[in-house]
Design a binder for this molecule. Structure first.
Ligand code: GLC
Ligand code: CA
Length: 533
């Protein structure tokens, strides 16, 4: 791999939920044209790539993660011409485009499944996972969906059950069938040849299930450990093959969604990177999302992932997404949520690892309270009031303080957060101390200093006393980042005096206070630069 092909290692990725970014045709739903219109904003922000949640044809039972045609665009968002225009315009601005790749399941309206369910001897029967019932009432085994419901649905026509890891409208494909693989690889080549820059691989560790569909060990009455329907050896073999295909298109990236429930098994996650060159390019670690607010807990999580990586592996932490909520979420009831969101921004953009910014996080957008009538996510409808669904972090981007936050001229598909009058792009651009301007500065800093992109990391303060600090370095330079996670004044030993201040929480920050100690006020942070020792 040439250095230029490794752009993804050094870049910043911006995750867009197409339905909530910008609506241009007044139906209250974001669209591709909306993304095109906002490319200037994105390029000014300084990001290197966008990852689009699925934009394919879909009945939208699962926000587009239920695909009925992998090679056409959802008419809600536009058409293939719009997509090609988006790709072209983005590339002209040096923004790469990463697509969501959902291989585990299709929509039940996909022509493959329509055929498959038509009869037991249909040529596509074996493309999905069908089982004759032991008896009318009983499922073939005890596997549950990812939301804890029975994962087998009886199809009345043929009186057999099919398997689905998610909704019953999302039947799982049988990846042991050679034709399935062939068709999917053909589809992957279609997008790569069009010129897209990579894929985010949806629930990739679920792809293969145990051949004999063995029962999972039961943990307690309602749940079971997913031993035989995830992380199967065949997934690793598949990823090797997938990587060979990707390697034929230099400069493309693959990022795996491997969800390891808290506390988060990073060895498992990193295992999908193979030796660092022969499987996925990157794999998300979600553990920080579940961490309590503490410098030492953050330190331990970060260290753990670094340690789990293969020699050529590169890390990638997630702090917010469309499933698990926004990072301000956990800090919601605290007085210091924006200070904390800023610390997270500094951390993500100076750590070793690829930063993924979830749309709107750069403005400090928060989870939105969704009332029962407003729920769109079918999981919310299914489990209300115990689980209200995932809509809270899927709400419209807050662009300005006008009607519907400038997202649309008509009421949007999900409500806008009431804080949009102040938390929005336009107002924040004018405020030198806004979180948006902090993001902009940090991204510029990251661009200006390669040490912040590909450099080594060495921790100095490991969270004891509420301080996290580390040095990013390459041959030319050392950059030190010091973060005070607490609401108290802290003094930090500074072996690097003197140095030059690059960016700090407060403009009046005075670097190098008394007796070689650095005094940080509550939630204060500083980034300094030093010549190599
Ligand atoms: C992933 C997606 C989630 C979706 C699921 C099924 O976890 O992030 O939104 O519901 O896969 O495709
Ligand atoms: Ca629209």
């Amino acid at each position: 791999m040439s250095e230029a092909d490794m752009w993804w290692k050094y870049g910043v990725v911006y995750h867009i939920l197409p339905q909530s970014f910008k609506d241009t045709n007044e139906d209250g739903i974001g669209d591709l044209e909306g993304i095109i219109q906002k490319l200037d904003y994105l390029s000014d922000l300084g990001i290197d790539a966008i990852w689009l949640s699925p934009v394919y044809q879909s009945p939208m039972i699962d926000a587009g993660y239920d695909i009925s045609d992998y090679q056409s665009i959802n008419p809600l968002y536009g058409d293939m011409n719009d997509f090609r225009r988006l790709l072209d315009r983005a590339h002209r601005k040096n923004i790469r485009v990463i697509m969501d790749l959902v291989l585990n399941h299709t929509s039940d309206r996909h022509p493959w499944f329509i055929e498959s369910r038509a009869s037991k001897d249909n040529p596509k029967r074996d493309w999905y996972i069908w089982q004759p019932p032991a008896n009318k009432r009983k499922s073939p085994n005890n596997w549950k969906t990812n939301f804890g419901r029975a994962a087998w649905t009886l199809d009345p026509l043929t009186q057999e059950r099919y398997y689905h890891s998610f909704f019953k409208e999302q039947p799982d494909l049988n990846w042991r069938n050679a034709e399935v693989k062939e068709k999917m690889f053909e589809m992957i080549r279609f997008w790569l040849e069009m010129g897209i820059d990579g894929f985010r691989l949806d629930v990739i560790n679920l792809l293969f299930k145990h051949k004999k569909l063995k029962n999972n060990p039961v943990n307690y009455i309602f749940s079971n450990r997913k031993v035989y329907n995830r992380n199967r050896p065949a997934v690793y073999a598949f990823l090797k093959e997938f990587r060979l295909l990707m390697n034929r298109y230099p400069g493309k990236v693959s990022i795996g969604e491997i969800y390891a429930p808290p506390p988060g098994d990073t060895r498992l996650v990193a295992g999908f990177l193979g030796d660092g060159k022969d499987m996925l390019h990157l794999a998300f670690d979600f553990s920080l999302i579940f961490s309590r607010w503490s410098a030492s807990s953050y330190y331990k999580i970060i260290r753990r992932y670094y340690k789990s990586l293969p020699p050529d592996g590169w890390p990638c932490f997630v702090i917010s997404n469309h499933d698990l909520g926004r990072c301000v979420r956990r800090l919601m009831f605290s007085f210091h949520k924006y200070e904390k969101a800023k610390i997270i921004a500094v951390l993500m953009l100076t750590l070793k690892g690829v930063p993924f910014i979830y749309y709107g996080d750069e403005t400090g957008m928060e989870n939105v309270h969704i009332s029962r009538e407003q729920i769109q996510d079918a999981y919310g409808k299914m489990f209300y009031p115990f689980f209200k669904g995932r809509d809270r972090s899927r709400t419209p981007m807050q662009w300005d303080n006008g009607p519907h936050a400038g997202f649309s001229n008509v009421p949007p598909w999900l409500p806008v957060h009431p804080n949009y009058k102040t938390v929005n792009v336009e107002s924040e651009l004018e405020d030198a101390h806004s979180i948006l301007n902090l993001y902009r500065h940090l991204i510029r800093l990251r661009k200006a200093y390669p040490a912040l992109q590909g450099g080594d990391i060495h921790f100095i303060d490991k969270g004891k006393n509420g301080i996290l600090s580390y040095i990013r370095s390459d041959k030319e330079i050392n950059i030190r980042v010091i973060l005070n996670f607490t609401n108290r004044k802290k003094s930090v030993k500074n072996p690097f005096l003197p140095g030059e201040q690059l960016l700090a929480a407060s403009p009046d920050f005075i670097f190098g206070k008394k007796d070689g100690l650095l005094v940080l006020r509550p939630f204060e942070w500083i980034i300094t630069i030093h010549p190599p020792k």
